[in-house]
Write a new protein. Structure first.
Length: 172
């Protein structure tokens, strides 16, 4: 277990790998406009989570200071528990910040789109998505592979789709 603790202290661990975020979260969308929209949704949630984690750390530090000032041994244990919580939150925060950097990278690849551009592209997006879903259903029925697995294999580049890849693809 000590090697694992060392690994954790020396490495940033994200909740999702860069590949996973690129391919299965952003790359699941069939047009750059919707990929941009997904990037924005992901970044918005990450920004919120990051700020909430920062506030949690600030609050815990204040609470620790108050607990240690009492001189009570039980309060000292509670302060230590809060300190452990800070360590875990800081590790999680480092992972979230790294994911945010990846989203910034993906955003540069995809380009940015206005709300109006995203809305104007909706008929194109849904035509591509629904056709892809129909193709997957047909392939799935012919080959006995579940539609979800076929979609994941397409996303991961293990199967080739007749459509050209979007701005985000597994090889990027």
């Amino acid at each position: 277990m000590m090697e694992l603790q060392k690994y954790l202290s020396e490495n940033i661990v994200t909740s999702r790998s860069k590949f996973q975020l690129r391919v299965f979260v952003i790359g699941q969308h069939d047009t750059p406009q919707m990929q941009w929209r997904q990037i924005v949704i992901e970044a918005q949630q990450l920004a919120y989570n990051i700020r909430m984690a920062e506030l949690d750390i600030e609050r815990k530090r204040i609470e620790i200071h108050k607990l240690l000032s009492t001189g009570d041994p039980v309060d000292a244990i509670e302060a230590e528990e809060k300190q452990l919580g800070i360590v875990l939150t800081e590790r999680t925060l480092a992972g979230a910040r790294l994911e945010m950097l990846w989203l910034e990278e993906f955003a540069k690849e995809v380009g940015s789109y206005t709300f109006e551009e995203i809305e104007a592209d909706q008929p194109n997006y849904w035509a591509k998505r629904l056709q892809r879903q129909a193709d997957i259903d047909q392939f799935s029925a012919q080959n006995g592979i579940g539609a979800g697995n076929v979609q994941s294999m397409l996303d991961a580049g293990l199967l080739q789709n007749k459509e050209e890849p979007c701005a985000i693809s597994p090889g990027n």
